[in-house]
Design a binder for this molecule. Structure first.
Ligand SMILES: Cc1cc2nc3c(=O)[nH]c(=O)nc-3n(C[C@H](O)[C@H](O)[C@H](O)COP(=O)(O)OP(=O)(O)OC[C@H]3O[C@@H](n4cnc5c(N)ncnc54)[C@H](O)[C@@H]3O)c2cc1C
Length: 496
């Protein structure tokens, strides 16, 4: 190890845990401003996420200022990144913009003109975290390697004062040890390193906590003139204040409501769960709703789709029960296994709780906005008259039930054949069927052709063919299949 007494980090090994805003700017500054006459430190920077996950995880926008020499935009300028950041910014503050405190009638009670740090023409800009991180990552990758999908999951101080750091490679699950002189905790709000070395330091925000969102006024001309250029806070005089901040030239304004939290916010108090949502509704108790909200929030964190559940019926279906949903009715499957049969359609439009594409405006346009109690939407299955059970089937209590929705496109038959040799013979139909097995094992025969069938197997059965299902399960087991079918002539489903 070559060291130089002129700098305490010379020749040392530094591990930086976290390639977020803090970790990236720390390493960039260290490498950029290091005196090339002095042997440099060895820097290893790791992040638990993949490069893409890290860039895209939090899409919120950041306000970056340039008022004093310690401001973020001044630091970015010193790193030679200001122009790149500005080029990707959503909005730069107007050079003449002021910050106001307005009363209810937009009369300024207080006006502050932000200072401009030397060389800057605008006091602040807004940039998405995604864009800022992309600029920082690309700049650092031009100088050194970032090790993605690797987390610091343990660290110990050694007797000689150095540190032994345990790294977890998330792709392989393998752990490795590295020794270093300095371990930089840039691993965010939930820092693992802080928990290891300062377990009592817990971040508990108090004071004025902002809750907010964005309003799209459609165009710049429809934004109230008071906030067209300037930002500020409207005080109501009743103890409630709303902050407004014009962010883009297209007429989008962010707002926030401020609420004082006198003590650290606690997690939702589960003791009150039966009182949650005013005790719930007739079909769903407060206790059930509270469990659902907490569970869904843990599965899809920070997803505004969570609130949709308060507009929907929450239905727990038992095996064999079914619901009919008309086209364009909003619905969400929460858990468990179901069979869904859907008429031919060219789209599924999603609004939340999904990593897939969301198209909220199309969904909002196309929804039915109908409502009905759960019982009215449940289907009552009836015995399917065009299937015959053999003796083994009858005596074992096997059943073939029809779920016939009030539309022409399709119907579904559920067959539960209990025990070995139970058999159901289906009369030919003037239309095709699709048969899926969800439980047990058996055979499916169409004319002289016979195939093995078990859980997960799916068969297409052509029109006018006689179909036979036969169980090969053990004594107390069931061979369960669902057959979706339609009849294609004018008298669709005429047999029903
Ligand atoms: C909604 C919102 C709005 C905000 N608005 C602003 C704003 O307008 N202006 C502003 O200046 N600030 C704003 N902030 C704050 C700002 O985003 C944070 O201060 C900043 O991101 C903190 O950077 P960081 O590098 O410390 O942590 P992070 O950006 O959280 O980065 C931590 C990194 O560490 C990684 N990591 C975690 N654990 C480990 C581990 N064990 N091993 C290895 N890697 C690990 C994570 O994957 C992550 O990449 C806002 C924050 C939020 C949530």
């Amino acid at each position: 190890m070559t060291t130089d007494s002129k700098h305490f980090l010379s020749g040392r090994k530094i591990i930086v845990s976290g390639a977020g805003i803090g970790g990236l700017t720390f390493v960039l500054s260290l490498l950029q401003f290091w005196d090339t006459e002095i042997p440099p430190p060895e820097v290893v920077i790791v992040d638990t996420d993949s490069r893409d996950e890290s860039i895209n995880r939090w899409p919120y926008e950041l306000l970056l200022n340039s008022e004093i020499d310690a401001s973020s935009l001044v630091a970015l300028r010193d790193l030679g990144l200001y122009d790149k950041v500005k080029a990707r910014a959503e909005h730069s503050a107007h050079p003449g913009a002021v910050a106001n405190v307005w009363d209810k009638s937009w009369k300024p009670v207080l006006t502050v003109k932000p200072k401009l740090f030397e060389g800057f023409t605008s006091s602040s800009l807004r940039i998405s975290r995604t864009a800022l991180l992309t600029v920082l990552i690309e700049a650092l990758e031009a100088k050194t390697k970032i090790t993605w999908k690797t987390s610091v999951h343990d660290a110990k101080r050694l007797p000689d004062g150095r540190l032994s750091v345990s790294l977890l490679d998330k792709a392989s699950g393998a752990t490795s040890q590295q020794e270093c002189d300095v371990l930089v905790a840039a691993d965010g709000d939930e820092s693992t390193i802080r928990k290891l070395f300062r377990p009592k330091d817990i971040s508990q925000p108090t004071g004025h906590v902002a809750m907010g969102g964005a309003v799209d006024f459609g165009s710049l001309t429809s934004v109230p003139s008071e906030i067209n250029i300037n930002s500020g806070i409207i005080v109501s005089g009743d103890g409630v204040a709303s902050g407004v901040l014009h962010i883009r030239g297209n007429g989008t304004v962010v707002w926030a409501l401020y609420k004082e939290e006198k003590s650290p916010r606690t997690d939702y108090d589960k003791k009150d769960k039966d009182q949650f949502a005013a005790g719930g509704v007739q079909s769903t108790s407060g206790e059930t709703l509270s469990e659902l909200v907490v569970r869904l929030d843990s599965q899809f964190e920070d997803d505004i789709g969570l609130f949709v559940l308060f507009f929907l019926n929450f239905v727990k279906l038992q095996a064999g029960e079914a619901l009919f949903l008309v086209a364009d009715d909003i619905h969400a499957y929460v858990s468990g296994d179901i069979i869904e049969c859907m008429a031919a359609s060219d789209n599924v439009v999603r609004a939340g709780f999904t990593p897939k594409f969301k198209d909220v405006s199309t969904l909002v346009d196309m929804l039915t906005y109908n409502y009905a109690p759960i019982d009215e939407q449940k289907m009552t299955p009836t015995e399917y008259p065009y299937a015959t059970l053999n003796r083994a089937g009858y005596s074992s209590g096997s059943a073939v039930l029809l779920y016939d929705p009030p539309i022409d496109e399709f119907a579904v038959v559920r067959s539960v054949l209990r025990g070995p040799d139970a058999k159901a013979t289906f009369e030919p139909l003037d239309g095709p069927s699709i048969v899926i097995c969800t439980n047990g094992s058996g055979t499916i025969s169409v004319g002289p052709t016979s195939y093995e069938m078990k859980e997960g197997y799916v068969f297409f059965v052509g029109s006018t063919a006689e179909l036979v299902l036969e169980s090969t399960t053990g004594e107390d087991e069931e061979f369960t299949t669902f057959k979706a079918f339609c009849e294609v002539d004018d008298g669709a489903k005429e047999k029903l």
